[in-house]
Design a protein around this ligand. Structure first.
Ligand SMILES: Cc1cc2nc3c(=O)[nH]c(=O)nc-3n(C[C@H](O)[C@H](O)[C@H](O)COP(=O)(O)OP(=O)(O)OC[C@H]3O[C@@H](n4cnc5c(N)ncnc54)[C@H](O)[C@@H]3O)c2cc1C
Length: 370
């Protein structure tokens, strides 16, 4: 392959978005993807609800709000490019109280949501909640976020790949084995014996980022947290596309068209083990059935397992790597990567191309991990 302006390592949602945006900035881009089993994007539930995040750090909440708004323009941009349907729908979400068991959590989440988004988020009666989500069981209280949306991680990544290829991105299957450095500058990557030269390298390798970064002396501070998620089908398929997402402190249910519901998700510190387990699946179902008893009669479809890339301080890692010219990280999106991924790709693309990102990336800088 001849020289590129930028090589992006990783073709999950984050890498795909970054390559799409870099090409939109006019860069000549190659993307290399190993598609490891356990790719987080393929398992992600698809909840886009920045309004119901209750993070203590304002920079994270600000990033999430902008990322949610970014989706609305991205979806239109992809449609204009003739990309396949990314599986985006504004369906709203109901945040449920589970009573005494999670009173403090519910109060905090509701408090932050009302304080930051009181113009959209509101309490609803249980009758109203059940009208929206007909199989809802007995819960003490709920609030509604009408702005919440769902996204199909696989579909939006395919749509971004389509758009990126149209913009000239070269998509390359294979594992990047090392980053080439010359006089403290990234000069490209190696895929086995093949060298791919470039002026800059963005590592968007999800949970696998450390394998590539650490031999360079770069502390990436990101590790895998396994998520198992169960997909089921309701006997009656009517109307589920319009149902809101159910969220709570212990589990969530994401409705899709034709009766499909995704019940998630575990959060497990078990390294790169991508097995679905009896304990994981059993725990998810026993939490979800009391919230929506009709789930007990649903048909089991499949379990998806993904490895969330979680950073040491739980914030994404976005920006230039100190001490290595031309090397950037776009990773560590943890449990919010489907939400944050496309917007972080846009921010990193701007930085790589020497533009002002238009958002303060300071709190997310790789420099904090050094
Ligand atoms: C069960 C579950 C539910 C989730 N639900 C939500 C949700 O509702 N909302 C939300 O916002 N987020 C959610 N997430 C989180 C979200 O899915 C992830 O944060 C996001 O997908 C991370 O994307 P990524 O591209 O960084 O990583 P990944 O999707 O894991 O992709 C990384 C890619 O990089 C490639 N790669 C790595 N190293 C190399 C290398 N050396 N050479 C070539 N390729 C390489 C891998 O093969 C892989 O294809 C969920 C995650 C899970 C597991």
């Amino acid at each position: 392959m001849s020289g590129f302006d930028v090589v992006v390592v990783g073709g999950g949602l984050v890498g795909a978005a970054c390559a799409f945006e870099l090409a939109g900035e006019g860069a000549h881009v190659a993307l290399c993807d190993a598609h490891h089993p356990g790719r987080a994007t393929d398992a992600g539930a698809g909840i886009l609800s920045p309004e119901t995040l209750a993070w203590p750090e304002p920079p994270m909440l600000d990033l999430a709000d902008l990322a949610g708004a970014h989706y609305r323009t991205l979806v239109q941009e992809l449609a204009d490019l003739g990309a396949p349907d990314p599986g985006y729908a504004v369906c709203g979400s109901l945040y449920l109280s589970l009573g005494d068991a999670d009173a403090a959590h519910y109060a905090q989440t509701r408090g932050v949501a009302l304080e930051r988004h009181g113009d959209v988020v509101r309490d609803v009666s249980i009758d109203d909640a059940r009208r929206r989500f007909p199989i809802l069981g007995e819960v003490p209280a709920a609030f509604l976020n009408p702005r919440a949306a769902r996204i199909d991680g696989r579909a939006v990544t395919a749509a971004l790949e389509h758009g990126a290829r149209l913009r000239g991105v070269v998509w390359r299957a294979g594992q990047v084995t090392s980053v080439d450095l010359d006089a403290g500058r990234a000069r490209g990557v190696r895929v086995g014996d093949e060298a791919i030269a470039s002026d800059a390298v963005v590592i968007a390798g999800g949970a696998w980022t450390r394998e590539l970064a650490e031999p360079l002396g770069v502390r990436a501070g990101v590790r895998p947290f396994r998520g198992q998620i169960v997909h089921v089908a309701l006997a009656t398929q009517a109307g589920t596309a319009e149902w809101p997402i159910l969220q709570s402190s212990s589990s969530y249910v994401v409705p899709w068209p034709e009766g499909r519901l995704a019940i998630g998700a575990t959060f497990e510190d078990v390294g790169f083990d991508v097995r679905p387990t009896v304990g994981g699946i059993g725990g998810l179902l026993s939490d979800a059935v009391p919230v929506a008893p009709a789930l007990a009669d649903a048909t089991f479809l499949e379990v998806r397992v993904g490895l969330r890339p979680v950073s040491d301080d739980l914030l994404p890692i976005l920006g230039p790597v100190p001490g290595v010219e031309g090397l950037y990280l776009d990773t560590g999106h943890g449990p919010e990567g489907l939400l944050l991924g496309p917007f972080s790709g846009r921010l990193i693309a701007r930085v790589v191309c020497g533009r002002e990102p238009g958002f303060d990336l300071g709190p997310f800088s790789p420099a904090r991990l050094a």
